[in-house]
Design a protein around this ligand. Structure first.
Ligand code: HAM
Length: 427
């Protein structure tokens, strides 16, 4: 029986991993340029953390947690990064060390969703959180930075959706207004939405079911219920985004699947590349109540998380950069040991080198060098050993020269630094 990975969890093979590295490098560089420092929190947390922060009537907590019992504690694989970062922020009293903390993270998250393209049970997120800055300016700065990052990655056709949920009081009043609006239409709602009408009617707003979409047409907008302070924050956000030149769409139906949000909410969607219906490449917002809820002081917070698989689906596929590689083909047992020494010397000089000491004919070794995409092949057999040389073959130039053993590293480095097509005459 062939063993498969767990449903919705994917292997990332060596030929794909280069694009991941490229993406991760851009993200780290851009986030660090904006003053974020990396934080690494555990993949496992107490289930209670997610129930308290994300909310017990959310899809994530109700249906998508991977959790298990260990002693008398229920432990869960993290479905997202914000709750763990907030727990660490409170637990290490980071608020006492600096007035504003800017933290980022990168790693796998786990949600037992129905897998499809762009939606997996293990997926990677890069995210960032700012603690201690209440103003809408930092929200706008974050959205603007994210648009810049996506453009730098070559992702076009972006739609930046923004909304405000006000404070917890606004949410409660809106819940009632929405319930009152939908109650007379209850029988027209999907079965799932009928249940949501009782415990979390806001979730009906982003239902994809056509019945629910029809029913919410004309529903009251949360933006009409904002209290003066929340309204000033919302207006401030729109002004700042306009001043930064970041186009956005006001989306009152945007509620997102986590209960911790207050005020600003945003999501960036794209129709680029191979993204299908799962077109939200990132989402985030403000969650001014979470730090206090987890036992810390009252601290405003805002953050985002980006799905790396989705970004990779949206990113144009660039030609892989040529990797100058050096393959060493020893012929015979004595040469095999020498090949290991040469490989070590090359690596010490920073040249990626691979010695194939399995034995075999020159023809089969050259075939292997070709298959790994090597630019150079160093061949040595008994004759070369006796003469104190190594044959240096340029597989792209189709040229060959004998190089004194003592000069192998310097000549290899020189050959790799020459672009193919500019060959020097063999010595
Ligand atoms: P989220 O919207 O649940 O927010 O996830 C953020 C992003 O992660 C999504 O926009 C999507 O790109 C990606 N994502 C989510 N679920 C999956 C999945 N099953 N498969 C593939 N990609 C997925 C959060 O997680 C919040 N923690 C964001 C945040 C940070 N809010 C404040 N701070």
């Amino acid at each position: 029986m062939t063993l498969r990975p767990v449903k919705g969890m994917n292997d990332i093979l060596p030929d794909e991993v280069g694009r991941w590295h490229e993406l991760e490098a851009v993200l780290r560089r851009e986030l660090e340029l904006s003053g974020y420092a990396e934080i690494r929190t555990p993949f496992l947390e107490s289930l209670d953390l997610f129930v308290r922060s994300i909310g017990d009537t959310t899809e994530i907590v109700e249906k998508q947690m991977f959790s298990f019992q260990r002693g008398d504690e229920t432990i869960a694989l993290r479905p997202e990064g914000t709750a763990g970062v907030a727990r660490a922020y409170v637990g290490h009293a980071l608020h006492a060390k600096e007035p504003v903390s800017r933290l980022y993270y990168l790693g796998p998250m786990f949600r037992a969703e129905q897998p499809q393209r762009g939606r997996y049970r293990q997926f990677w997120q890069a995210g960032a959180e700012v603690y201690g800055d209440p103003g809408p300016g930092v929200d706008a700065e974050m959205i603007d930075m994210l648009v810049g990052i996506l453009h730098a990655l070559g992702i076009e056709n972006l739609e930046v959706c923004v909304n405000s949920l006000g404070s917890q009081g606004t949410r409660a009043r809106y819940r009632e207004a929405l319930r009152a609006y939908l109650e007379p239409k209850k029988s027209a709602l999907s079965e799932h939405a009928q249940k949501r009408l009782e415990d979390n009617p806001l979730r009906i707003l982003d239902s994809k079911n056509p019945k629910d979409r029809d029913a919410v047409q004309g529903a009251p907008s949360i933006l009409d219920l904002l209290e003066p302070d929340d309204l000033a924050h919302w207006e401030g956000l729109k002004r700042a985004l306009t001043a930064l030149g970041t186009p956005f769409v006001v989306s009152p139906e945007l509620v997102r699947g986590l209960d911790y949000y207050t005020r600003t909410l945003f999501e960036i969607r794209s129709t680029a590349g191979e993204l299908g219906t799962q077109n939200a490449v990132l989402g985030g917002g403000r969650y001014d109540g979470m730090v206090e809820e987890l036992g810390g002081p009252k601290t405003p917070a805002v953050g985002f998380a980006m799905g790396l698989e989705r970004v990779l689906l949206a990113m144009p596929k660039r030609a892989a950069a040529e990797r100058p590689r050096c393959f060493i083909a020893p012929l015979g047992e004595r040469a095999a040991t020498e090949a290991l020494l040469i490989a070590r010397e090359l690596r010490q000089a920073g040249v990626p080198a691979l010695a194939d000491t399995r034995g075999g004919s020159l023809k089969s070794l050259l075939r292997r060098a070709d298959s790994i995409g090597a630019r150079l092949c160093l061949v040595l057999g008994d004759t070369e050993l006796e003469r104190g040389v190594v044959a240096l073959k340029d597989l792209v130039e189709k040229s060959q020269s004998d190089v004194p053993r003592a000069e192998v590293v310097a000549r290899t480095v020189a050959a790799l630094s020459r672009p193919p097509g500019s060959a020097a005459t063999p010595a």
